[in-house]
Structures are given as C-alpha cells and as structure tokens.
Design a protein around this ligand. Structure first.
Ligand code: GAL
Length: 943
C-alpha cells in the first residue's frame, strides 16, 4: 500500500479547498508544460536529403491538408534522434568559428551554416478520449525563428518572429484516446538582431485545454485607478466561443490578494458570443486600501475570471496584476505611485553564460536579483519582447520595465507584432513604457520616421492607453521621430545636444534609453589590445561616448530627465567591440556573461543604492611590479576614504558626490586597506590582500535548497592556504555531478573559446548503395555466402509487387569515422520485410528486448571506415495497389560520449549551472584541478 504523509494529505486538501472555493472543476481549463522529452535533430537549409526529404513529396503540406512529409509526417521514425528537454538553444552547443557571425558571438550556427541552421523537434503526446469536446491548443512562448508547426501531419502555420509567443488550435486534428505528434521546424538561417539570438525552441511550450467557451488567448486587460485610498480595478475580458452554445452566461471576476484571500468579487450577466466570435466585457471592481505595487514592495494581486454557463463554471482564467500609478512629467521626470523616481536602468539582451538563449526560469530571477543588488530599478528589453518569465521576475522582484518590439513599420508584420507583445504583456505592473523602436538610422531623422512613429504610437494607445511610447534615438536629437515621440529616448550623450532638444520640445519628457557603452574586462586592470584586455577602471571608451560616471552625473543632475539605461547590465554574446575574433562576447556589461561584477557595479551601488558602500580596486597580486605605480580607486558613498598600504596611511580624501577616489600607489605586497568615514566616524573598510598560490577549490551555490527541475548557479573559485580568494587564478577545473546535471559552464572571459556545453555527440549515418537480390535458398546465412557478386541490383527498383520472390537479400554500406570502444552504435531498423535476419560485417545481430527493431552493435564487429549490412527478409505485400511500402532500411546512430565537463577560471572565477535530474536526490558537485584540493558541494532538494 502506498503511504501518504500527513503533510501530503494536508496539501491535497488545501489544494482541493482553494480550488473548490472558486468552484473549479475538471472540465475547465488546464495548461500543462510540455518541455520534457522532445526528439531533436538538425536538418538542412536547402539540401532536402539532409533535411530528411522534407517538402519533396508529390503533394506538399501546402497542397493537401495533413500531408506533412519527412519529419513532419506522423509516422516518421525519429528513434535515432537526440532526446532533450526544453528550453533548448542549439547555437550555444556549437563550437566557435572565426567565419561565423560577429554579432552572434561567432557560434558556428545559423547564418552561413546551412547544416546548422535548421532544427527539427518532435514530441508525442497522449490526449484522452475524455478531452473530446474541449478546445485543445499548443502554446509556444517563442521559437528562434521562422518556425513551422505540424500536428499529426497537419500544417498549422508559420511564425516568422523569434520573439513572439504564438498558439495553434489543434482540436480538429487530435487523435483522441491515442498518440499525437507535434513537429516543429525552426529556421535560424537569418538573423533578426545584431546580437546573439540563439536557435530553436528556447522558451516554454504548453498544451492547453479549455471549454469551447473560454477566455481568449491573452484575453484579459486589467487597469486600475486610485481614488482616495481605494482602487477601482477595471477588468476587461475577451471571451471566445468555439462551440455552439447560444444564450446567457455569467462572468464572475474575483480579486485575490497575495495570500490567496478573495478580497473582491463582481458578477455580470451577458450573452455568449456567436460561433467562432469574440466579445469583450468589462467589470469595475473596488479594492479598498490596496497594497500598491512598488519597486521596494512589489505587491501583486490575482484576478480570477470565471465564465459560467447555466451555473456551471466552464472556464477559469488567472491574471496576475498590480495596482500602481505611473506618470511622466516633462519638468520632473518619472513618478511611481506619486513619488518621483529616477530610473536607474540597464539594457539587456536575453542570453547568459553556458545556456545561451535557453534560460531556465530561475536564472531570470538570478539575473534580475543581481541587477537589483547593484541598485538598478529599471530594465530595458533591448531590442525585442522578452520571455514571459523575465517579466514575471520583474513583477515579483520589483523592477520597472521598458518592453520593446523588434521592428518599426506600419504594416501588419510590424503592427501585429506590436499588438501581440502589448496584449501579452500589458497586465505586468513592472512595464511602465512601450518602446516601438531603436536606432532606426534610415528613418529616425526624417519624415518617414515621424509618420511611422505617429502610426505606431496611435496604434499602441488603442491597445493600452495607460502607458506612453518611446523610441531610442541616436542620430541627432532634432527632427523626425524625436519631434513626435511621446517620451524621447536619448541613445548616448555623445550623439547630440540633449539640453538643446529639451529646450526645443519643452513638453516632451525624456530619458536616456542607452548610455555608457563602456568597455571593461572583469578582473583586468591593464589594457592590452594584443590580449583583448580592457581595463576595468571606468573610462571614456570612445570619442563620442562617455564613462558610466560621466553619464550618470549628466542624468542625475537634470530633474527633467527621467533617468538612464546603461548599455548594458550584463555582457552578452556578440558585438565584442572594440575587438573581433577571438573575442566572442561584448565588453559593455556592468557584469560579465555569468553575472560576476566588474568594478563599475560598485560605482553604481554607491550612487544608486541605499546602503553604505566601499570598494577598493584593483586586487593586490602584482608580483613582478614591485615599486611600480598602480592606480588604486575607491568606489564609495562615504564622506571620506583613507587608504593604507601595510598599515601606512597614504592619505584621506574627500568623496565628491557621484564621484570616485584615486591614488597612485607604488606596489609592495601585503595589505591594501581603505577605510570609509561618514560624519567623521569610521563606518566601513575594504581590503585587498596579496594572496599565495591557489590550493583549494571553493564552490558556492546561489541557493541551497532547490525545488524539482530547478537550477542552482554555482560559483567556482580557488583560495590560497589561508582561505583567501585568488583573484588572478586561471586553473582548469573539472566537474562531476551526482543527482543532477550540468546544463552550461562559463567564466566571463570574452576571449574564451572553451565549450559552453559538454554533450554526447550524436551522428546519424545513412546506409548507402542499398541493393537486393532474389533469394536462392531459404537459409539466410547461405544466401549471403552464395556466389557473392551475382544478381545484385538497386534495391526496390522497378519491383513487381504482384510477383515478388519468396525472400530477398539486401545489402548496403555505412561509414564509421572511428570505431572507439566507448561509442554506442545502434541500428534503428525500419521494416522492409518480414522475419528479417540482419548481419553486420557477416555477423548476425540481435535486437534489444525493449524494441524488436533496434540493434545495439558491438564495436568488436565494427570497423573504422566501410561496414556492410545485410538483411534477409520475406517481402511485404501490398493490400491495395496504391499502398506505399517502406523501402528505407533505417539508420545507424553513433553516440560519442562527451569528455568531462570542465572550465578554466577567468581571473578567479567560473560558473556552472546545475539542474536537478528529477530522481528526487540531492545534488553533489565535485570539482578537481591540477595541484588543487578537490572541492565538493551539496545542494539539497526540497523534500
Ligand atoms: C547601440 C545599439 C545597441 C548596441 C550598442 C553597442 O547603438 O542600440 O544595440 O549595438 O550600440 O555600442
């Protein structure tokens, strides 16, 4: 008997209770994450053979419905494909190449790589008979890019954008009570951005089931107005009817607070929309003394919208929202809940070390948390709509957001993308502004830009009148878009005269949508172009760009500017300006691609944050530079800072507001200490000590207890015998994990060409030169040994199916690049006959017990180079003349196991991202390195 714990029973009853409190039942909506267990293979951009024969049949999937061919056909055999879980980015898994795209971080995938630009994904799902009558849809949060989707061979559509969420209704194509197959072909051969974008299904996929009468996709829009101490929440719902029900319905809108208590409810009667029509209904709901959403107290509410049909709840839909006010003032900047707030923002792309664009949800929280710790309160999604989890993290952690669409224009391609982004995202309280474009150099200064902006802005206002629109402008701040956009977005001080523009357009609020664009390598304090090293002291990077300090001083002292967004919070893949190959990531970030801080973070912490800060740079390991001058800087918000070298004072200096302090110090090993004073009192100190060589490996997880399938971000570093972090260590560390798996490694070194992932290499080897001859004897072995070369001809060519021989022998070849013992070689046989006997290099092979058509080949019978396969079988017979019988013998899969996961430290740090493996065990990470003591770390699983 299964024993259920008391805790389990309590959870069960509380779930039951909270659901029944809202009257839910099984016939309602459910949304299931279907990220697990997809089959994957790359295809080919134009070689149809390498694209598994897709789109080659006489009738294409565009000619006849349900005619998906190649992998799009339901019966396609994908047993030899790689099995993986989403989110997935095949670009990050590739090697780097100098020939690959500069903007996409030199990963050998996508543009210029036809054999690595198509990704096929297949997934089987069962849909029970009891679902008949429900509307079944597949929801994709985003696929990079130009995706085509089939369901049971039926073509569902193309989504060009790599950033839009999209959904397909598959109700009519479902095999109820049995297996169904979802197939996706992603084509990443074109780039949408000039930054790394990944490749494949890099966001979540859901299977959604609803009643025919239901809340439409992204079908709610919640806004609020605050009157005195209360809020009037306006809850608009779009109801869609995909069934035949006619008549009255009841719409119940419930508001729940953060603890799940229902605090308000209203109910309205309405008439169901007609078949395949939608209708909008709006309810006004009062919330007394609402807890406002703010950056420090990100209070959230939930709207639960229920549709009742004859007293039965047929749909229940949840919308997370917040109550807050926003306002831009042309004189005073930005106001949140009536309080003036300076936007202390960063721009960011969506990728991270190790995992590329396939970011696990927890990593979004990790990244937003890092930005908050720096004192940042705002985030610009440059230059595309983000994944929904990024916005959820911003809602929950308190981070304001500019949500940006990809391309400017007034046609369906542009306006439809804008609409979909806004309808998906407009309930997020974190979003305070929509951006409809960035640095559109062709149009930003002219009347075309002005006209496009007018249309996009007016269009956006119809979808969401509560937020203004901005555009990031770079080429002069005078005419064109700048003269009409509601919130002027200045991209860089050096690009024009901001004060002059503001004097001309006094009624137009403005903010610095991009500022900084400085270069720095984490942990590097001497620039060296030969090594692609940019020192981490904050400096003016280029003639028309400014340092972070110069930028912030400019914005901070102008109340009319709502704030600024640094280019960028984190380094990202691509745009390794001012260098090129072998630099593969940008140098712009305040943090590197792993989220390890560069020293600039402490400048911002000092002037953006609320806590006292004192940070001393550089580190103090400069053996060989004894007696030479080193620049020593302190970032701090103390009134005064005194510097000591080996206890000797090198002077006390007054800190200028929004500034930093500098000393020139002749190097001598030992202890460099800074002491910070506030009102004459010592309040803080920071120390840089000369360390000894590294001895120990230290592992630290960002979180000690994980939920199932969650990740832990693990910092890898070395310490000397006293336990001091060694800032210039570059050891290679190898990793072993139990109870979980590593999903990516990184170290923040822009020139590192080490692997991001260590995955078994799977290659599919075709059987070529496939021939047949009629049987000469009933004995399979004898058929092969009989007078060898006679009678062989191309297999199945001109086969007279009415007069087949009683038995056939077939033979073909396959080439193995190597035949290492560690490889796993499997023949996935596709039946070409009955009672098949199969030989490889003359040896009879036996199928596995789990699959009678799968043969794991012993490497002892294989050889490097050419191998021969023979199949002896009775022929399949056609039942009807038009039957098409299989003539493909199948495929050989070779798995070459990957080497052990490893990464070099870069200036003291590396990062590994581990994920629980679903086994219910804790994770243990072991790290080893030459001449280093082994490090171990346990991360527990929440039981
Ligand atoms: C800006 C652009 C960003 C990035 C940056 C690099 O002009 O908007 O996307 O390319 O330059 O300096």
């Amino acid at each position: 008997m299964k024993i259920i714990s008391l805790q389990g029973i309590l959870i069960y009853f509380s779930i039951l209770f909270s659901f029944s409190a809202l009257g839910q039942n099984k016939s309602e909506r459910n949304q299931e994450l279907i990220d697990k267990n997809w089959s994957f293979s790359v295809g080919h951009l134009y070689d149809t053979d390498k694209d598994f024969g897709h789109a080659t049949s006489y009738f294409s999937y565009l000619a006849k419905t349900g005619f998906g061919d190649g992998p799009a056909a339901p019966g396609f055999d994908d047993r030899a494909w790689r099995k993986l879980d989403l989110p997935h980015d095949w670009a990050v898994e590739q090697d780097f190449s100098e020939k690959a795209s500069f903007s996409h971080g030199f990963k050998a995938a996508g543009k210029g790589y036809p054999e690595k630009s198509i990704g096929w994904y297949r997934k089987k799902i069962n849909i029970p008979k009891t679902d008949l009558g429900r509307v079944i849809s597949i929801q994709f949060d985003g696929v990079f890019r130009n995706s085509k989707v089939w369901f049971n061979g039926h073509f569902l559509g193309t989504e060009e954008s790599g950033y839009n969420g999209f959904e397909y209704d598959v109700t009519a194509y479902v095999n109820y009570g049995s297996e169904n197959i979802i197939v996706v072909r992603a084509d990443a051969s074109m780039e949408e951005g000039w930054f790394y974008e990944g490749a494949g299904i890099y966001r979540h996929v859901y299977l959604k089931k609803t009643n025919p009468l239901h809340v439409a996709q992204n079908g709610t829009y919640v806004t609020s107005e605050i009157q005195n101490n209360d809020a009037v929440v306006s809850a608009e719902v779009t109801i869609e009817n995909k069934g035949n029900y006619k008549g009255s319905i009841e719409i119940v809108q419930n508001i729940l607070d953060a603890t799940g208590n229902q605090i308000a409810t209203v109910s309205e009667s309405a008439t169901a929309p007609d078949f395949y029509k939608t209708a909008k209904f709006t309810s006004k709901i009062n919330v007394k003394n609402p807890l406002l959403w703010d950056i420090d107290t990100p209070n959230l509410y939930r709207l639960v919208t229920q549709i009742k049909q004859k007293d039965q709840i047929v749909d229940s839909y949840e919308t997370s929202f917040g109550i807050r006010t926003i306002r831009f003032d042309p004189e005073k900047g930005f106001f949140l809940n009536g309080k003036n707030i300076k936007l202390q923002g960063t721009n960011n792309h969506q990728d991270h070390a190790g995992v590329g664009a396939a970011i696990p949800d927890e990593l979004q929280y990790f990244r937003i948390q890092k930005l908050k710790e720096m004192g940042s309160n705002a985030y610009r999604c440059s230059h595309n709509p983000p994944t929904p989890e990024l916005l959820e993290a911003c809602d929950k952690l308190g981070m304001l957001v500019i949500d940006e669409t990809r391309l400017m224009g007034i046609n369906d391609y542009h306006l439809n993308d804008l609409k979909r982004m806004m309808e998906r995202d407009r309930n997020h309280p974190s979003i305070f502004c929509w951006s409809v474009g960035n640095e559109e150099w062709n149009i930003e200064g002219n009347s075309t830009g002005e006209r496009i902006t007018n249309v996009m802005q007016g269009f956006a206002k119809n979808i969401d009148p509560t937020r203004p629109v901005t555009v990031g402008i770079s080429s002069g701040f005078k005419s064109g878009i700048s003269s009409v956009v509601k919130i002027m977005g200045y991209n860089y001080l050096g690009n024009g005269d901001i004060d002059a523009h503001r004097n001309q357009f006094k009624q137009q609020p403005g903010m610095g949508t991009e500022e900084g664009s400085t270069f720095a390598t984490r942990g590097v304090y001497f620039s060296d172009d030969a090594k692609h090293y940019q020192s981490a002291y904050d400096k003016k990077p280029r003639p028309s760009f400014y340092s972070i300090e110069e930028g912030w001083k400019f914005y901070a002292e102008r109340p009319y500017l709502a704030g600024m967004f640094i280019w960028t919070g984190f380094d990202y893949r691509g745009e390794p300006t001012p260098y090129g190959w072998p630099s593969v990531t940008s140098y712009f970030g305040m943090m590197d691609v792993c989220g390890f801080p560069k020293d600039n973070v402490f400048y911002l912490k000092s002037w953006w944050g609320k806590e006292p800060v004192l940070h001393l740079l550089p580190h103090w390991n400069w053996a060989g530079r004894e007696g030479k001058e080193i620049d020593v800087w302190a970032y701090s918000n103390c009134d005064e800072v005194e510097l000591f070298l080996n206890k000797k004072s090198l002077g006390k200096k007054k800190m200028e507001r929004l500034g930093h302090l500098e000393w020139k110090v002749k190097y001598e090993a030992g202890t460099l200490e800074a002491v910070g004073y506030k009102n004459g009192k010592k309040i803080l100190s920071d120390v840089q000590k000369t360390t000894e060589i590294e001895e120990n490996i230290k592992l630290t997880a960002h979180k000690q207890i994980l939920a199932n399938a969650e990740i832990a971000v693990i910092t890898v570093e070395t310490t000397d015998k006293k336990g001091l972090h060694v800032p210039n260590a570059n050891d290679e560390i190898k990793f072993d994990v139990k109870g979980g798996k590593i999903i990516g490694v990184g170290n923040g070194n822009p020139t590192s060409l080490e692997k991001d992932t260590f995955l078994d290499e799977i290659s599919l080897v075709a059987i070529t030169n496939f021939q047949e001859r009629k049987a000469t004897t009933a004995d399979a072995s004898k058929q092969l040994s009989a007078n060898t070369e006679e009678g062989w001809k191309e297999a199945f060519k001109d086969r007279d199916y009415k007069n087949q021989a009683p038995s056939y022998a077939y033979r073909g070849q396959f080439e193995l690049k190597n035949n290492a013992k560690v490889n796993t070689v499997t023949f996935f046989y596709k039946k070409i006959g009955l009672e098949s006997t199969i030989f490889v290099n003359g040896n009879i092979i036996q199928p596995t017990t789990e699959d009678p058509n799968k043969y794991v080949l012993n490497t002892a019978i294989l050889r490097q180079g050419k191998n021969t396969i023979h199949i002896v079988a009775k022929p399949l017979q056609k039942e009807k003349e038009w039957d098409v019988l299989n003539t493909d013998p199948g495929i050989i899969q070779v798995i070459i196991p990957s080497e052990q996961w490893k990464r070099r430290l870069f200036n003291g740090y590396a990062q590994i991202i581990v994920q629980t493996d679903g086994s219910g065990n804790d994770i243990t990470v072991t790290a080893t390195g030459k001449k280093l003591k082994t490090g171990t770390l346990n991360v527990s699983l929440r039981k």
